[in-house]
Ligand binder design. Structure first.
Ligand code: CA
Ligand code: CA
Length: 340
């Protein structure tokens, strides 16, 4: 029971898990920094949308941060089972600017928010969505305040699960949802409200452990660190290995850790790396946390052939003791990559 997807776009690129329907209109931007250094811009056009598949779930918790730019009927979140639209949470119209829950493909809201949400402001939206004929539920909170709490039919057809999420423009039914906003800190959880969390970037700062007998080769730059410490990534320099067991770890950038000092707690640590498979056989990596000379490794992660892409692994607990993360824990760890 856990986080099932999160993205704060802090590598400066779109990767992992996203289907971008217009790469020139939907892109990572540092113009409006909702949290961290980057957010996702969806320009105000009918081509600007982006989707991601999730594991099929009957109920789901969502959190995202928004900055509405143009005065249009922003699609806040649209949830589907494959091509079938189960519902949409969307700005109702451009004069009232309330948030509405629109079941199935209907243009009539089953519930409307109490408040209005004008453009030019930052909003933290959380939602709970449960698909059911009579005991369905849609709860929407904005900045921690419950704006919609609907119980009733949320199951327009036979589908009982959500497996596809869409942001930006959608006109599947009779209610149009628009793009025209920035979005950040997109998180899905299958068991609990996410709350007022933000996704902060912590980059690598120096090499920690390096096993010279099982090596990575630096290409385009003379040292390993400068090949891979760029955000956004520079693809002209990189490290490469075809050696099982090749392993390197990195200490975290002190200035980034210092930025976390006014944070009250750490919910989870999500390791991400940009990578791709240059060959034609399956390649796998493990991402790991190194603490007190012990390595705590992810499952085996397939290295994508598409270029560039991101692989990631989420550590919701400190793997050295299976306890919640303490602030002090992350000052004591390295993060690393191993070829398996
Ligand atoms: Ca961000
Ligand atoms: Ca590079």
């Amino acid at each position: 029971m856990a986080r099932i997807f999160s993205d704060g776009f802090e590598l400066g690129i779109i990767g992992e898990g996203w289907i971008n329907n217009d790469t020139s209109r939907v892109y990572v931007s540092n113009v409006i920094k909702i949290s961290g250094n980057y957010s996702l811009r969806l320009e105000n056009t009918s081509s600007a949308s982006i989707s991601c598949y999730l594991p099929s779930l009957n109920e789901i918790y969502y959190s995202g941060r928004y900055y509405f730019v143009e005065n249009v009927m922003h699609n806040i979140i649209n949830f589907k089972y494959n091509s079938t639209q189960l519902g949409m949470i969307c700005i109702n119209n451009t004069t009232e600017r309330k948030i509405g829950y629109y079941p199935g493909t209907s243009s009539t809201a089953s519930a409307l928010s109490t408040s209005s949400f004008p453009i030019g402001n930052y909003y933290h939206v959380e939602a709970y969505i449960k698909i059911d004929d009579s005991n369905g539920r849609i709860v929407v909170k904005v900045n921690g305040v419950t704006e919609i709490d609907y119980t009733g039919d949320t199951k327009p057809g036979a589908d009982t699960a959500i497996n596809l999420i869409k942001f930006g423009y959608d006109f599947t039914g009779s209610k149009k949802g628009d793009s025209g906003y920035y979005i950040d800190d997109i998180i899905f959880d299958n068991s609990t409200w996410i709350g007022n969390v933000k996704i902060y970037p912590v980059r690598i700062g120096s090499i920690g452990y390096y096993d010279g007998t099982a090596y990575f080769e630096a290409v385009g730059n003379s040292d390993i660190l400068s090949c891979i410490n760029e955000v956004p990534p520079n693809y002209n320099d990189y490290i490469i290995s075809d050696t099982t067991g090749a392993k390197v770890s990195f200490k975290l950038l002190q200035s980034n850790l210092d930025n976390l000092s006014n944070t009250s707690s750490i919910k989870s640590l999500n390791l991400k790396t940009v990578c791709n498979n240059t060959g034609n056989s399956t390649k796998k990596l493990k991402l790991f946390i190194r603490k007190n000379n012990n390595d705590y490794k992810s499952s085996e992660l397939n290295v994508p052939l598409e270029y560039p892409n991101i692989i990631s692994y989420n550590f919701e607990k400190d793997p050295s003791n299976s306890q919640n993360w303490e602030m002090s824990d992350i000052y004591d760890i390295d993060v690393g990559i191993e070829v398996v």
